[in-house]
Structure formats: C-alpha cells, structure tokens
Design a protein around this ligand. Structure first.
Ligand code: SF4
Length: 513
C-alpha cells in the first residue's frame, strides 16, 4: 500500500469558530494547532510506504490501523520522527532553546511478561519453542516429539499445577531438562534444516545453559550424558527471563528488582522556555547508566539539540565521560562524581591518592614520606574499564617506612597507585571542585526537576509498564509517550499554567519557620 503525499489544508475559518465556541475553556489540540500549525505532514512518512500500490490512509488518519503504522515506523527506523517533528516545530517558533541546560534521569520499565519462577521459566520456554516450531514446521514437530510431550507441554505452565513436594519438583525439572536437550539435539540433525537457527531456539539454548548442566555418563551401559538441574543457576548476565520477551533483563538496583528495560529521559530546563523532552534512550535493564551518557549526547548532537550543560546524577559521570563530553561535543557534563572507594579514603589519617605529588612531565610520583616512585606504566583499556597509569614505589623504601600501615596493607608489595591519565584526572578534580562550590550547588539544583518529569511519565502516561514486547517496540512506546508529555507541557505553556512545584505534605507544612 503506497502513501500519496497530500498537503494538510488549513482549518476553515467557520470550523475554527465552531471549535473554539465548543471548547470555551480551551483544548490542548486546538491550542497546539493554533500555535504550531500541523506538526506531522504526509511527506514525513512517505518513505515508510512502498512507491507503488493502492493508496493507503495517511498516518494522521490511521487510528484504526495503528499496529500497522507502528510496524512501518519500526521497519523504517523512523520511530524518532514522532518526537523530532514536534521539536523541530518548537525550534522554528523559538520554544526550544539551543545550547542551554538539559538534564537526564532514568527509571525502570516492567516488561509486558508474566514473572516466572525457575521451574515455570524452563518449562514455559520449552513450551514456547514447541509452539513456535509447530507454527513453522508442524510435520517435523509431529515426527520428532514423543506423545507424552503433548500432555506435558500442551497447556500453559503455572506453578499451581506443578508438583508441591521438593523431590517431585526436582524430578519434574530434570524431566524438562532432558526433554529440552533432546529437542536441541533433534534440531541439529540435517532434517531440522534451519529450524535450529530460529531466535526462539537460541533462547532455549541460553536458558538451558544457565539452568542445566550435562555431566558425563555414570556408566558405560548408558552413554548419554546425565542431565542435572543446577542447584544454583549460573549468574544471570545476559540470559532471558521469559521466552516471550527474550530482550527483557532482570536487574536489582538498590531496593528495586524488576525484569524489563530502562528508559532515560533528557529534557531542557531553562526557565525562560517550556521544559521539553528532547531525547529518549531505551536499553535492556542490565545496561548501566554510565554506558548511556555517550549515546544520549551523540543523539542530541546528531539532531542539533545538544546542550551547553548536561546535568546528571553520579551514575552518568566518570572521568572519561567528562573529557569526552567536553572535547568531542563541547558539552559540559555536570554531576557528582563517584567517590574513590579505596580503604585509604575511609580510614582516618591514611594516605589516599590526593596526598601524593604527581610530576606528569617526569612521570614520577612523590609519596607523603618524600620517596619517589620507581615505575610508571600506562595500562591501555582493560576489558570493560578505563585506561589508567600504574605507579609503583620501591619495596625497600616501603618495607622500611615507619608509616607503612597508613599507606598499604600488602605485606609483600610496595604501595601501588592507579592514576587516571592527566586530562581525565584534571577533569575529575575540576568536576569535584565545581560540585562542592556554591555556584555548582545552585546550578546542579536544576537537575532535581527531572524526577518530577519521570514521576509525571509514570503516573500520568504509563511510562513504567511496557505495552509491547521487545526493545524496539518498547522504545517506540516511550518516544510516543515523550511526544505526548511534550504536547501536555506545550498546552500548559501556551495557557500560562504555572509549573508544578515539589509538594509539601500537610504535616511538613506545620513545621515552625
Ligand atoms: S609505604 Fe612507601 S609509598 Fe607509602 S609512605 Fe611509606 S615509603 Fe611512601
């Protein structure tokens, strides 16, 4: 179905008159149309449709076939259009300030799947794979599957229907494990063809690897390996928690545990302009905030919406990101830095890195006792870490040192320091000074408002719960949510509604001034 671009005609004067008469107290859509004109045009979406074919309905009239339009947006990687077009229009009428302040924070998003215990997970995964294979290769399934599997995996697996007794539960888990390995073996035979490469089968492999192991056969009479349900599963790392959304991940963050995703919202926060969400970044739940700073900034730069100052919490800041933001994008990344976690910073009187004198030119360090380091070794980026410089002191000096107990706990080694490379070290110390200064405190105070945005998104726009399955669709939902939140804010701005302030409880309001 093709899309023939047709310009959206202006609203006839009489229609506008009637509409305003019908909504005397104002209406967000009328206000936005009056202030911003048409935000979306057919031509914005033409590339998502084939060139030939029967003309279809334009997206703005597609309410009845939204799921089809959603698929088109995803297939054409055009989900960002929903937010971009609105922001572009805001920029054109001076509502979006370039190079101002922006702030970012994240919240967790629950995947649209049932939470499963271990037993449910393994059995339901096997059931989901059998259903998937039955859809694409029913004859192969009938030829391979033993009759008792129809009874075992024919219905949804629910804990209430599983055995109660511990031994019986373990026997059930073992049985499911053996069935799963048998299916995986059948999927490697030539008759299975490409079935073994289906994404669902990969999910089965990952789940089985985490929850089962195959031990060598106990006797020569039965050469098949013995399947064992691991008493403790392997660490979760990147293992699916449900066969129905294999991209959703489990994470614990402080007191919160969830299976799903993280959404990072970035918004403008200059009081002279409306606060508008400029960027939505969605990840699996296991992706740490520090890994999101660079892609968020890159996306803002690519769209021409990069801020001068980017306010974030400690999770988004590290020495490398401070330098990268400034040098590559000209963005000042502002936020508290994570403290040095070495024991010397916690024990009173101990020698932390700050108390050593660093001579960058000579590549040498002097300790608080005046001794000089004997080696200076730059370490390139270790796996998943940042580059650093390892500095060692002389073992003889340290052994003879009277204050050794304040410096190192190692019996056989001299003091070893890990230094950030000079630009990163300097950026870190400047960031700490800024954060502790009065100017820094006042400026950083603005970041707190993003928590109100997250709260608005969760309470009024359903941001916390994914409506669809998979990372791409969840992201699309969140981009659409951000666009809706912006529309709500623009309406409030045009109508002159004051911004909400942090609520004071009735009890707190009684406090003596
Ligand atoms: S232990 Fe070594 S590095 Fe530490 S203060 Fe003593 S001499 Fe200096």
């Amino acid at each position: 179905m093709s899309l023939k671009s047709q310009p959206i005609q202006p609203v006839p004067a009489q229609t506008a008159q009637v509409a305003h008469a019908a909504y005397v107290d104002g209406n967000p859509y009328l206000t936005l149309r009056d202030q911003l004109g048409s935000i979306f045009q057919d031509e914005d979406f033409t590339a998502l449709f084939p060139r030939c074919g029967q003309p279809g309905w334009p997206p703005w009239r597609l309410a009845s076939v939204l799921s089809e339009f959603r698929q088109r947006l995803l297939a054409g990687s055009a989900e960002e259009l929903l937010l971009d077009q609105l922001l572009q229009q805001c920029g054109a009428v001076g509502l979006l300030k370039g190079r101002g302040h922006q702030r970012t924070d994240a919240t967790h998003v629950l995947a649209s799947v049932r939470v499963l215990n271990r037993l449910e997970l393994v059995a339901e995964t096997l059931r989901a794979v059998l259903n998937g294979l039955a859809t694409v290769a029913p004859d192969w399934v009938q030829a391979v599957v033993p009759p008792e599997w129809y009874e075992r995996y024919g219905k949804r697996i629910e804990d209430t229907r599983l055995p109660r007794d511990d031994d019986a539960r373990l026997a059930y888990a073992q049985q499911v494990g053996e069935d799963g390995f048998a299916l995986l073996a059948a999927l490697t035979t030539p008759e299975a063809g490409v079935l073994g490469k289906l994404p669902l089968v990969e999910t089965l492999r990952q789940v089985w690897h985490r929850h089962y192991e195959q031990l060598p056969a106990a006797t020569t009479d039965s050469p098949s390996p013995v399947v064992q349900f691991r008493p403790k599963p392997l660490p979760r790392v990147e293992c699916p928690e449900s066969p129905y959304d294999p991209e959703a991940r489990f994470r614990t963050k402080r007191d919160t545990q969830w299976t799903g995703y993280m959404v990072h919202l970035t918004e403008t926060c200059d009081p002279s302009h409306p606060y508008l969400i400029t960027q939505v970044h969605t990840t699996r739940a296991t992706v740490h905030e520090a890994r999101c700073t660079a892609p968020i900034q890159q996306a803002l730069v690519d769209k021409g919406r990069s801020p001068h100052t980017h306010l974030v919490d400690a999770g988004y800041v590290d020495a490398e990101l401070l330098v990268h933001s400034q040098e590559v994008h000209g963005i000042q990344l502002r936020g508290p830095t994570r403290p040095d976690s070495s024991w010397q910073t916690k024990a009173g009187g101990a020698f932390s890195v700050d108390q050593f004198e660093i001579d960058w030119e000579q590549q040498q360090v002097r300790c608080p006792r005046g001794k000089r380091s004997v080696s200076w070794s730059p370490r390139p980026r270790p796996a998943g870490g940042s580059p650093y410089i390892q500095v060692r002191f002389n073992l003889k000096d340290c052994r003879a040192c009277k204050v050794r107990e304040y410096c190192t706990r190692s019996v056989n080694q001299a003091r070893i320091l890990k230094l950030h490379p000079q630009p990163q070290g300097r950026a870190l110390s400047e960031a700490r000074q800024w954060y502790e200064s009065e100017e820094g405190r006042n400026e950083y105070h603005r970041r707190a408002g993003i928590e109100g945005t997250i709260s608005q998104g969760v309470r009024a726009f359903g941001l916390r719960k994914a409506r669809y399955r998979g990372l791409a669709k969840t992201h699309l939902q969140q981009v659409a949510t951000a666009a809706a939140m912006n529309i709500d804010r623009l309406f409030a701005w045009f109508e002159g509604y004051p911004r909400a302030t942090t609520r004071t409880s009735r009890f707190a309001a009684l406090a003596p001034v």
